[in-house]
Design a protein. Sequence first.
Length: 166
Amino acid sequence: MNRINRDTVIAIILLLVCGVFFWASFDIREPDYGTLKPSTWPRLILVVLACLSIIYFVQSLSSGPDDELEDGGARAAGLAGWLAHWQNVIWCFGLFLVYLWSMPVLGMLIGGVMFVFLLLNALGGWAPKKLGLHAIIAVLGVGGMWSIFTYGLGVILPPGVIFSAF
């Protein structure tokens, strides 16, 4: 019997989490006035996540069992090896923590643009050619989402100290 790989286990866990969250969405209180149910958007997102998890599960079944080490056993020992292996994860969580700490001062728009720009550079490289591309992606991505939520959906996002006058 073949061993299952890590992707299969993760896909099953994701499907279970989607099921539990979908079940919990039935506990969302419905208001007395006639609007869209508050549970509609969470359920829609959960259905999309469940579909993506099913695709992930099917793809994981087609691959074989995991090797013991992904890098062929040439992993460096000690703290340096551990840091080298997990550097992308450390960058993501570290920069996100700085983003959360800076949100009261910088706000969602400026802090979000800086977070995305720095994370793209930390993960993709600091080459001059890439700096411009990363800046465009950060401004358009975060600025676009900020505009949609602020003007299209009327959501009040954290303005920070700089935009508090607007």
